[in-house]
Ligand binder design. Structure first.
Ligand code: F0G
Length: 458
């Protein structure tokens, strides 16, 4: 008999979870103004809000932390991180930052100006926020297939080369600071970009004299999908694939809280010394001296080790299989989810789940609240709340996809937890016709409203 799959790690430390009753949860979610970000985590049973900084570090990472060098300048931990970045990703220059959006803030301070245009594949919200904050404009060039959750395409994160060329043609290169390629593409469902597409985008951008930036939070998961799905990569090591991917980037920003499996940290990777010098000034102003940039020595050590662990095939295989396990359980219950399954999360199609609910009542957020009430599971809305208002008209932007993201932390939950989540969502699905009203906003911030928005039941 063929042996079944099992994770190639075991659990050394556990954290207890508290169960709650439906009555308690009704009270708590009301107090939280129907915004799951406002919930205390001890009021959550299974937390699928994000895979960012929520992973379980290994014994190797914890022991690396004890060797952290906390010198202000020139710490050995900085050099460990530098070596790992050069070794795994191939960037000769780097700047540590406290997380991904800080890397964006520093780099975009050098590159993005009022009136610029930044094409990319469904820019992540902080990326878009940092672009729009500088009065520049993000143009989504993702392939159309990404916007239909039921279309099967192996690389739904790909950029549409015609859409990209339109942008590159219709603006002078001086107004396009870079093309952003998000790996994997979070906003379109944790979907990968193919090597072919990375190569073509880079060649096209080069042709127009424009740089390419990889927003690299989940680059290793992207490499796993290339190995699994792209012709010619089956027999390549993950690290070989990663090195090839980054040949097609001029620079990278990284939220290390994802594929480097640390609780905090980020960095910018660069190939040009001049840009490194320019960005260094902003790093010192916003983050800290260039050899720590908002990170402690112990965190840099854990990050360096995490980059090696995060690019192991066995680890990635266990990780992505678990996400797919949840996806296949939901599919078996007939629940509409983005296909193929993403790398870090399963995205439930709220437009198909609650089609009768008016869009202005926030379908995906309503679903998030229902799932919490059902079983204390916290997921996150990737829909109209997140899409925010148009900066000019101040009207709600209704994105093509209205999704509920069930985001799986790395090495944290078991498949029994996945089973519970799937069953809870099935119960909500079975009573979906009784969910006839949603939510309305009573308070919101002018930008990035989803984090702090306050809602009430319609
Ligand atoms: N880029 C992508 C693709 C991301 O998913 C994130 C964060 C960032 C940049 C920003 O990094 O959080 O370290 O400042 N995504 C988290 C999420 C928050 O839940 O998807 P950060």
């Amino acid at each position: 008999m063929k042996l079944p799959f099992a994770e190639s790690y075991k659990i050394k430390m556990v954290e207890n979870l508290r169960r709650s009753t439906r009555e308690e949860r009704e009270q708590w979610i009301k107090e939280a103004r129907y915004n799951l970000f406002n919930l205390r985590s001890d009021r959550v049973f299974i937390d699928l809000l994000t895979d960012s900084g929520t992973g379980a570090m290994s014994d190797q990472q914890w022991s690396a932390m004890m060797l952290g060098d906390e010198s202000y300048a020139g710490a050995s931990s900085y050099y460990k991180m530098k070596e790992a970045i050069r070794d795994i990703l191939g960037f000769p220059y780097f700047l540590p930052t406290h997380q991904g959006r800080a890397a964006e803030n520093v780099l975009f301070s050098v590159l993005v100006k009022d009136g610029d245009v930044v094409p990319g594949n469904s820019h992540f919200d902080t990326t878009k926020g940092h672009i729009e904050f500088r009065k520049a404009c993000a143009v989504d060039c993702t392939i159309d297939e990404a916007f239909d959750t039921q279309v099967e395409h192996p690389f739904k994160g790909n950029l549409d080369l015609d859409k990209l060329e339109d942008v590159l043609k219709s603006h002078p290169a001086s107004r396009i600071p870079f093309v952003v390629v998000t790996l994997t593409c979070n906003s379109s469902g944790g979907q990968p970009v193919s090597m072919r597409n990375l190569k073509d985008v880079h060649a096209m951008a080069q042709n127009y004299g424009v740089r390419v930036l990889f927003d690299s939070a989940r680059f290793a998961e992207n490499a796993y999908f290339i190995k699994k799905r792209e012709e010619g990569y089956q027999d390549k090591e993950i690290r070989e694939i990663v090195r090839e991917m980054f040949e097609y980037a001029d620079m990278m920003t990284m939220s290390s809280k994802k594929d480097a499996i640390v609780n905090i940290g980020g960095f910018i990777g660069l190939k040009e010394e001049k840009l490194f010098r320019e960005a260094s000034t902003y790093n010192i102003m916003f983050e800290g001296y260039i050899t720590y940039g908002g990170m402690s020595g112990r965190d840099m050590n854990a990050l360096a080790q995490g980059l090696y662990e995060g690019t192991h095939f066995d680890y990635l295989d266990a990780r992505i299989r678990q996400v797919a396990y949840l996806g296949s359980r939901l599919e078996a219950f007939g629940i509409p989810v983005q296909k193929p399954f993403g790398g870090h999360a399963i995205f439930v199609d709220a437009n198909k789940f609650l089609p009768e609910l008016p869009r202005e009542q926030f379908r995906a957020q309503t679903l998030a609240v229902e799932l919490y009430l059902e079983a204390g599971v916290r997921a996150v809305e990737i829909g109209t709340l997140l899409a925010d208002r148009d900066p000019q008209t101040r009207e709600n932007r209704y994105p093509e996809l209205e999704l509920l993201r069930l985001t799986i932390p790395r090495r944290v939950y078991t498949n029994n937890h996945m089973e519970l989540v799937a069953t809870a969502l099935k119960n909500v699905y079975d009573r979906r016709n009784d969910i006839s009203s949603g939510l309305k906003i009573i308070n919101e911030a002018p930008i990035m409203r989803h984090f702090t928005v306050e809602l009430e039941k319609v």
